[in-house]
Ligand binder design. Structure first.
Ligand code: EPZ
Length: 417
């Protein structure tokens, strides 16, 4: 397995291009299951999760051709209605195939997604929604079987604004008979991008991006061409990289409007952030102040940036508190940050951080995608000997060419087989 070696202490300076959003690309690629016509998706990042999604689409009988960041999808035979364990266990978002396959074939069976490092991650909200649309759910041999003669529109009230459940129910209701209302829907930009694609395909959707989404079912959906929005989590990660190394980074093909909560907190901490139409410049001009964050559903501070913020606060003089409200145990990065010398105390879903003068390099291990990003950020400023990071495959799931992009900004980083 590959490792990444980082020699800390370099200020990051320079420009880089932000890639397309992983969490928009996944549901949009899966939305191609709703039509037999040709679809073209542009600005798709090259990530392990995208490869898994492509494998899944091929398994379900789609032709998929990839040309750089452009993916062309067409149909070659009737759809299959199963998503196998070996693919679902690699990527929880595979459960998003339930909506489109149920809508088109009336039955779907998907392996129960395993939990992962950030919690149990059930899909009860997804399944309740399918039942409201008239489906029957059964569990057999670790597979969830969902069956429905014909999906019928209904009013669905989510107990929690789940991103995946909102996407899954959008993907199912666009071909259901009649009107569906999703109340307490998630508002993430990736849901808005998915709705843009579904509307291009001929779906009738109002209110995507708000708490209440209304869908009028249609009979058939057509092909589409679409360019994925920039990845707001990757953007946040590189802004924080600029902050933690006291540098000056310019992120191109980025969209500041997608991460206002993060930009607000960086400014509060003392970073100078200049947002133009598709670039964001982060400039370190003075000693940063500790700033508390509490994660929440969009548009609040994203849980996917919590670990990266903790890395920054670990070396910011003073006390700060991080409260994680979205996942029940998303602090796997704390132990590894402590190995680098961070002073962090965990109390339930809160982390109390006391900024230290400097972290020191050590061998560390990654457990989940965003925790990995936090450890890379910490390693960029760890003094003393180098930091060797193992299990970097977690990073490949969500960060396109991470070590290349950081090297372009002047980091002393290399990847070894
Ligand atoms: C999406 O996951 C993202 N993944 C996650 O990003 C992100 O952390 C998360 O939304 C929250 O913003 C993709 O978009 C592919 P949820 P998802 O359903 O849809 C509970 C990354 O690093 N819940 O909003 O799985 C769940 O346990 C990944 O890119 C239920 O209880 O998130 C969790 O505590 C990590 N029942 C909370 O809701 C359900 O049926 C948020 O989950 C569904 C969710």
């Amino acid at each position: 397995m590959d490792k990444i070696i980082i020699h800390g202490g370099r200020k990051l300076r320079g420009k880089l291009n932000i890639s397309g959003s992983k969490n928009a690309a996944l549901p949009i690629l899966i939305a191609t299951l709703l039509t037999n016509e040709d679809c073209e998706v542009k600005n798709v990042p090259s990530l392990a999760d995208i490869d898994t999604t492509i494998a899944l689409l091929k398994h379900i009988n789609k032709n998929v051709e990839r040309h750089g960041s452009k993916i062309r999808i067409s149909s070659n035979a009737h759809l299959k209605h199963t998503a196998p364990y070996e693919l679902v266990k690699k990527m929880r978002a595979s459960v998003l195939v339930m909506g489109p396959i149920l809508a088109r074939l009336g039955e779907v069976s998907v392996s129960l997604p395993g939990g992962c490092a950030i919690g149990a991650r059930p899909i009860d909200i997804h399944l309740d929604g399918f039942e409201k649309l008239g489906a029957n759910i059964s569990l057999r041999g670790g597979y969830i079987q969902v069956k429905a003669e014909k999906l019928k529109g209904a009013r669905i009230v989510f107990k929690y604004p789940s991103v995946g459940a909102t996407e899954n129910l959008l993907l199912a209701s666009v071909l259901a008979r009649g009107k569906t209302i999703i109340d307490n829907a998630a508002r993430e930009p990736e849901i808005v991008d998915l709705a843009r694609v579904l509307i291009k395909m001929g779906a009738k959707i109002r209110g995507a991006g708000s708490k209440k989404i209304v869908v009028e079912g249609v009979k058939k959906l057509n092909g589409f061409a679409h360019e994925i929005i920039p990845d707001r989590i990757e953007t946040a990660t590189y802004l924080i990289a600029g902050a933690i190394t006291k540098g000056n980074v310019v992120l191109k093909k980025a969209e500041g409007n997608l991460l206002k909560a993060v930009i607000r907190k960086l400014r509060e901490s003392g970073m100078k952030i200049i947002v133009n139409n598709n670039t964001i410049n982060a400039v370190y001009t003075k000693t940063l102040k500790p700033v508390n964050i509490k994660t929440g559903v969009y548009p609040r501070f994203p849980t996917d940036v919590q670990a990266q913020w903790m890395a920054l606060m670990s070396v910011t003089k003073g006390k700060s508190i991080i409260e994680e409200t979205v996942f029940e145990s998303r602090f796997s990065h704390v132990g590894e940050l402590q190995r680098l010398g961070a002073n962090i105390e965990l109390k339930g879903n809160r982390a109390l951080i006391k900024g230290v003068e400097r972290l020191s390099g050590a061998p560390i291990m990654i457990s989940d995608l965003r925790a990995g990003a936090a450890l890379v950020l910490a390693a960029l400023v760890a003094g003393g000997k180098k930091t060797t990071i193992s299990r970097v495959y977690h990073l490949d799931r969500g960060y396109e060419h991470l070590e290349v992009k950081l090297r372009e900004l002047g980091a002393k980083i290399r990847r070894i087989k």
